[in-house]
Write a protein that binds this ligand. Structure first.
Ligand code: C2E
Ligand code: CA
Ligand code: CA
Ligand code: CA
Length: 271
């Protein structure tokens, strides 16, 4: 009788405690990760289709945890956002990406992902200004990537910050386009320089006509609004050929280059 429902409940509770404890441990580790230099940026090239040339790289955050090994940003960025740590981490990303990109041939650009939470304390524009000044990177060689979730609340203050950045010459990209609820309405609210079509449409386009039709429509729409359009997640020659037929201006994906350490970029560009 002791093995009844109560025992199971206790077991479940123990399991929950364990995952809460694990989360707390990860949070403590995340707090120390900056000071212990466990973060690194990798850079994934994007190609301009017209000239078939690499015109820039997207900075992607990597965390090498001392015991768990490399942890995906998809699992620690949300934790960093919930705990507010994203502020300091995001600032490190901006400064590091600008400093690295300043050493690349002109006019190679760097694209930096900015979390919606980074808009909240009102210091983002100052941080970008300072990162540019400190690194010497001209503003037009920096792209800021936001997802539409950044525009979900406090829309006006976010739009104002984006407008200030754009006035400085920084390019603004809408990331993961097509995956949110109101992507189209945001195109009307802000003149993005670039939209990045989420890889689900690129990868789906070979298998189903719906994805192919959406890809086509987004590319045409963006292009008629004068925006650059990146097709994300291109993994095969066949996908690249499909993209070439559309109004896409750029491609990014494993087919044209995987994210790489900063030290590998010189050789990659010379290849
Ligand atoms: P994202 O901004 O959409 O970045 C593209 C993700 O797709 C990267 O994953 C990249 O490695 C991956 N990818 C690129 N090409 C291909 C491909 O051909 N096939 C497939 N299957 N995947 C491809 P990663 O580096 O794991 O980053 C995941 C997400 O984490 C990013 O998605 C972004 O939302 C977030 N993230 C990464 N770095 C940062 C950062 O510094 N700050 C913030 N706030 N978020 C970041
Ligand atoms: Ca991105
Ligand atoms: Ca994306
Ligand atoms: Ca994404």
């Amino acid at each position: 009788a002791k093995r009844g429902g109560r025992g199971q409940f206790r077991l479940f509770e123990t399991g929950m405690d364990a995952s809460i404890r694990e989360r707390r441990e990860l949070e403590v580790d995340l707090r120390r990760a900056l000071a212990l230099r466990q973060f690194e940026l990798h850079y994934q090239p994007f190609l301009e289709l017209s000239g078939n040339k690499v015109t820039g790289f997207e900075a992607l955050l990597r965390w090498d945890h001392p015991t768990r090994g490399r942890i995906s940003p998809l699992s620690f960025i949300p934790l960093a956002e919930e705990t507010g740590l994203i502020g300091k981490i995001g600032e490190w990303v901006l400064r590091t990406a600008c400093t690295t990109a300043a050493g690349w041939p002109d006019p190679m650009t760097v694209a930096v992902n900015v979390s919606p939470v980074q808009f909240k304390d009102g210091t983002l524009v100052e941080t970008v200004l300072s990162a540019l000044a400190q690194s010497g990177l001209p503003a037009h060689r920096l792209e800021i990537e936001i997802t539409e979730s950044a525009l979900l609340d406090e829309t006006q203050s976010v739009l104002a910050a984006l407008a200030r950045l754009r006035d400085m010459g920084v390019r603004i990209s809408m990331d993961d386009f097509g995956t949110g609820y109101s992507s189209l309405s945001y195109l009307q609210k802000f003149p993005f320089d670039k939209i990045k079509i989420d890889r689900s449409f690129i990868q789906g386009a070979s298998e189903n006509p719906e994805s192919a039709a959406i890809l086509k429509a987004i590319a045409r729409l963006g292009s008629s609004l004068g925006m650059a359009i990146t097709a994300e997640g291109v993994e095969t020659a066949e996908q690249l050929e499909r993209i070439r037929g559309e109004h896409c201006t750029h491609v990014q994906g494993y087919f044209t280059g995987r994210p790489m350490a900063s030290a590998s970029i010189g050789a990659f560009l010379d290849r």
